[in-house]
Write a new protein. Structure first.
Length: 188
């Protein structure tokens, strides 16, 4: 039986597309659903395998309809890929150690509410950081404070800008997020 991955997005969905493509050829792992709270996401323009259910939801439905659907789906892993809404405690309690997130910085630095994307990369430049990277972690009650699963660093050069850091970080995200997802699910 295939293990089921459910993805939540708020942004462009580039990590979701990458994860879907990565698992499209695997026999025992599959993305079954993608949920977005952004009806204008470019993600909706992508042609996907017809077996993947894609749903837009309003934020107030996260605690009710979406949660009830997830209980029926019984995912093996819930993957946040640029999802900018805090996960309700009922999810964390019900899906223990089954929700992961990727953060575009080396946590605990630059974590917390409102810390995402270019906001982080601009702070890295402002603070003259010499390195940054990605963190993959379990989701907990507090933003970006769950148990760290994986981190990967990159150097920040004198000529780097927020844009070049963003490009380097996206490259890391696309390289490592699917591999870590696969590793977690193979060990379940």
């Amino acid at each position: 039986m295939k293990k089921k991955i459910v993805i939540f997005i708020s942004g462009t969905g580039s990590n979701a597309i990458n994860i879907i493509n990565y698992f499209s050829e695997t026999e025992n792992l599959t993305v079954t659903h993608v949920y977005s709270n952004n009806k204008n996401s470019p993600f909706f323009e992508h042609k996907l395998n017809s077996n993947i259910k894609v749903s837009y939801f309003q934020n107030n439905d996260l605690k009710t309809e979406v949660f009830d659907e997830l209980k029926l789906i019984k995912p093996d892993l819930i993957v946040l890929a640029g999802f900018l809404k805090k996960i309700p405690l009922i999810y964390i309690d019900y899906f223990k150690k089954m929700i992961i997130n990727i953060h575009p910085a080396l946590l605990p630095s630059y974590g917390g509410k409102g810390m995402y994307g270019s906001i982080i990369h601009n702070k890295v430049i402002e603070n003259n950081e010499k390195e940054t990277g990605i963190t993959i972690h379990y989701v907990s009650e507090q933003y970006d404070s769950g148990q760290i699963i994986f981190q990967r660093k990159i150097s920040v050069g004198d000529n780097d800008t927020a844009k070049t850091i963003e490009e380097k970080v996206h490259k890391l995200e696309h390289e490592y997020y699917p591999k870590i997802i696969e590793s977690i699910l193979k060990n379940k």
